[in-house]
Design a protein around this ligand. Sequence first.
Ligand code: DGY
Length: 315
Amino acid sequence: MSFKVLITFKFFQNWIEKIKEHAEVITWNEERAPDKKWIIDNIKDVDGLLCTLINKIDKEIIDSAKKLKVISTYSVGYDHIDVKYAKSKNIKIGYTPEVLTETTADLIFGLLLAVSRRIVEGDKLIREGKWNIPWQPDFLLGYDVYGKTLGIIGMGRIGKAVARRAKGFNMRIIYNSRTPKNDVEAEFVTLDQLLKEADFVVVTVDLNESTYHLINEERLRLMKPTSFLINASRGKVVDENALIKALKEKWIAGAAVDVFENEPISSNHPLVRFNNVVLTPHIGSATIETRNKMAEIAVNNLLNGLLGKKLIYEV
Ligand code: DGY
């Protein structure tokens, strides 16, 4: 067989078989991420790399790959790849946008509802045998979502999908992004204004040099004590220590977080201590349908790259 492919995460067997129709495959089979040495040792003579967000593909790895034509990442985010360097070496980079947009927006809306209506707290209370009083007027009170102001930071595909859902909740939608968009029914505002006015601040930007710790102490201080922060983009967009301080000192009402600065987090992580925080383990795109569609695109990006064809989605 003329091509060789390296897969650096535990991937679906049926899709590995598909790649095997075209290439010899070396694959990582454990749930933890391989260390850098394993990737370097195995990437030397491969033509294609199939990776995901748990694999940091830096200059050293790219330099070790002498024949690499294509890097296909099984993710929409590509902050784990040194894109500029790979491109300077004429390596194509494929990714999986669009197919996960609605799924991720569903999770964001779910987090928003869960944290504002204290759904997880209520569930926990029952499971722990602590629902021992009858219905009370002031029991487990949350905040309304319907008719409130939603602030979306980053009005890309996912931001727009969140906005569409918010329409059904009769929300006023304000947003901030690099440039105003003419295809959304929402009001473009400055980031400061958004933070000051929104009842729900939803972060949907990708991680890059300009968005690293975009939500820092100074910006969290602008939020209202009755407002919530929801992040399902990348952990490093929010300064986690600043968020912990904001929660401790009650600058905000709560947060819902799907992504963290260093994943996975343990049960000792400071965010776990807050009842007004809903935590999920980076599952924005985690549905059977979407993960399968992502696999189809990632595999086709990879194969097209090997065969010198146009990628389905190229960075
Ligand atoms: C991505 O694709 O980048 C998400 O974080 C996981 O689906």
